[in-house]
Design a binder for this molecule. Structure first.
Ligand SMILES: Nc1ncnc2c1ncn2[C@@H]1O[C@H](COP(=O)(O)OP(=O)(O)OP(=O)(O)O)[C@@H](O)[C@H]1O
Ligand SMILES: [Mg+2]
Length: 253
């Protein structure tokens, strides 16, 4: 379980997170939505302690990651796979080697196991033929998928995704949604997904949280989310042509 306890984060002059209290349960696909600059990435970064709260704390399975020692931090971080917004790969290494890297650095698996595992994860994201290619030789969407394969290569219990479907064509985006859903269903993986893609949020989320002005202004199941009476949530849904019935109504003007 991931718990935010009254987390406040100030960056520059801005209170980006303003006393966030939330529990993300094991096996959930917890989706975070909100406008650009709302603090979604900052929230994810606090989970793995790339940022630390100015007030409050983040707990991972009862361990306080915000105050953990270097050793404890290393152990807690073992639980995570992270797909960052940039999805960067090392430019001079093949796709296969990029995916294999966490296994080489953090496990004592032998060469055959490493290559097999990297191939297995690349196949999951539809990149089985790109093992020997360099990042510069594949498309942006393929780089993103390779970064996803790398994030899950160690079979983490918790995966954090920052915009996993942005920049992907709709068909590939739905493949990524299915993969996240499959990991929840079959492996009980806990996922925290930041996305602008409401179709994706509604399809994969067990709960959806909307961040606005440093607070979670709505936290509900997808069904309840699309029926929200909160004006900001309504505006957000309408901007993506999603109606109360959950259908896409298209632009009317
Ligand atoms: N390292 C930093 N130093 C200073 N300000 C920061 C830093 N990181 C984020 N911010 C600020 O915090 C706010 C929230 O940023 P964040 O990256 O979390 O937004 P976001 O919701 O992920 O937006 P987007 O959808 O555009 O990715 C922004 O105002 C941003 O400028
Ligand atoms: Mg962001």
């Amino acid at each position: 379980m991931i718990t935010f306890e009254n987390v406040t984060k100030i960056l520059g002059q801005k209170t980006v997170l303003d006393g966030i209290d939330v529990e993300i349960k094991d096996g959930e696909t917890f989706v975070i939505v909100g406008a650009s600059g709302a603090g979604k990435s900052v929230m994810l970064k606090n989970i793995v302690r790339l940022l630390t709260p100015d007030d409050g704390r983040v707990m991972i399975d009862g361990d306080c990651i915000s105050e953990a020692s270097a050793n404890e931090l290393e152990t807690i971080r073992e639980k995570f796979g992270v797909l960052f917004q940039s999805g960067a790969l090392l430019a001079w290494m093949s796709i296969g080697e990029n995916v294999a890297l966490p296994l080489r650095e953090k496990t004592d698996m032998d060469e055959t196991e490493i290559v097999d595992r990297a191939r297995e994860k690349l196949a999951l994201v539809g990149l089985e033929d790109s093992f020997h290619k360099l990042p510069s030789e594949i498309s942006g969407g393929m780089v993103k998928r390779a970064a996803l394969a790398r994030a899950i290569v160690r079979n983490p219990r918790i995966v954090l995704y920052d915009e996993p479907t942005s920049g992907l064509d709709p068909v590939t985006a739905r493949t990524i949604d299915s993969l996240i859903e499959q990991m929840r269903r079959e492996l009980a993986v806990t996922s925290v997904v930041v996305t602008h893609d409401l179709h994706s949020a509604l399809a994969i989320g067990t709960r959806i949280a909307m961040l606005h002005s440093g607070r979670i202004i709505e936290l509900s199941t997808p069904d309840a989310f699309i029926r929200s009476a909160e004006p900001i949530v309504k505006g957000f849904l309408e901007s993506q042509y999603i109606t109360k019935r959950g259908s896409w109504e298209g632009a009317t003007k």
